[in-house]
Design a protein around this ligand. Structure first.
Ligand code: 5GP
Ligand code: MN
Length: 334
């Protein structure tokens, strides 16, 4: 990253408006990396504004600065105005502008200097600077690297910045359990704890903040909706809008649900189908070296990482389920 720093430093110094953007339905890494970068830039005396495409879950709303985030689909005029005048745009945790949903058109039109920091599979050519590392644990890990490189190795971690980055490390590694949890990730986490992060506080906000009904919903999904493809090591759950409404599930309320079937020893792939307005959103998870992003990309217009990917279908829930099972039956999962 060091080589790109002089050019980025100059752009930031000259910039009148810096914005930080992330993907649709922002998760812990998306919000953590965006706020982490925002707090770092603030520390460097560079004002910035975070803009996200749509609302983000309550379990992330305790992070400092989260109440100042501009939500595109709730404050469209202001968001569009900010994108229009921005001279530097940071693009975090995505590598295709279509992942920003309603913001895509404005981002594509923008002539700003675009700096991409991401860890998804892909080889985008549209950013002016591409600081992606495919296979990194999280965008937060890379924002940490960015801050370190920008500070010439003399990074001061303030507590707000530390909490934001720790959140993305925690969520994108599935609580430090996925294979991308390298010694470096633990080293960064250690530094963040030294800077004042209380790990149990973050864990409680993220993982232990269910309301009763949401936990009952998880139970319902596992007991009433989980189907197992015998001998294939595959589990899937297809959820209708009624299922979701019945339990009053809000934005982010299904986060983590796809991981539940992975707790079964001989389940290697888990898939969640979630009916939404006019589409079905799919989440894929796999164990070991099974690259489920290939399947998501090939059949469900999606992508992501080897062990965690997403996709979409514009057919009905029943048709999507049928299509999924058909595709799975012909897919070699080794
Ligand atoms: P999740 O299942 O948690 O929504 O997403 C898992 C991973 O796949 C995340 O890294 C996410 O960014 C990526 N992802 C989710 N949906 C899509 C999609 O529609 N297209 C692509 N390219 N990636 C996706
Ligand atoms: Mn991520």
């Amino acid at each position: 990253m060091k080589n790109e720093m002089p050019a980025i430093r100059k752009r930031l110094k000259d910039a009148k408006q810096v914005i930080i953007t992330t993907h649709l339905s922002p998760d812990g890494d998306a919000i953590g990396s965006s706020l982490g970068l925002h707090h770092f830039l603030t520390q460097e005396g560079i004002p910035s504004q975070v803009i996200v495409p749509n609302a983000f879950p309550k379990f992330l709303q305790w992070l400092k600065g989260s109440d100042e985030i501009c939500v595109f689909d709730e404050d469209k005029e202001r968001a569009q105005q900010l994108i229009e005048v921005a001279d530097v745009v940071f693009c975090l945790d995505y590598n295709e502008t279509k992942r920003t949903g309603p913001m895509q058109e404005d981002l594509d039109k923008s002539m700003a200097y675009k700096v991409l920091i991401d860890h998804h599979i892909g080889n985008p050519t549209w950013p002016d600077i591409n600081l992606s590392v495919v296979g990194a644990s999280s965008t937060c890990e890379l924002v940490y690297d960015f801050a370190e490189a920008y500070s010439n190795g003399e990074l001061t971690l303030n507590q707000d910045l530390a909490y934001a980055l720790y959140t993305g490390l925690l969520t994108d590694t599935g609580n430090f359990q996925f294979s991308a949890t390298t010694p470096k990730v633990h080293m960064q986490a250690a530094r963040l704890i030294e800077a004042g992060v209380q790990p149990d506080l973050v864990h409680n906000h993220i993982n232990n903040s269910f309301d009763e009904l949401r936990l009952q919903f998880f139970g319902f999904c596992v007991s009433e909706r989980m189907k197992i493809l015998k001998d294939r090591g595959i589990a899937y759950m297809a959820l209708s809008r009624e299922d979701i409404q019945q339990f009053n599930i809000q934005t982010g309320g299904t986060e983590g649900l796809v991981n539940e079937p992975m707790k079964i020893a001989n389940i290697d792939v888990s898939i969640l189908l979630k009916e939404d307005e006019g589409k079905v959103k799919l989440s894929f998870r796999s164990k070991r070296d099974i690259d489920i992003s290939v399947f998501a990309r090939e059949f469900f217009q999606g992508g992501g990482h080897r062990n965690a990917a997403g996709g979409v279908s514009f057919a009905s829930l029943a048709e999507t389920e049928e299509e999924l099972v058909k595709r799975l039956n012909n897919f070699n999962i080794s």
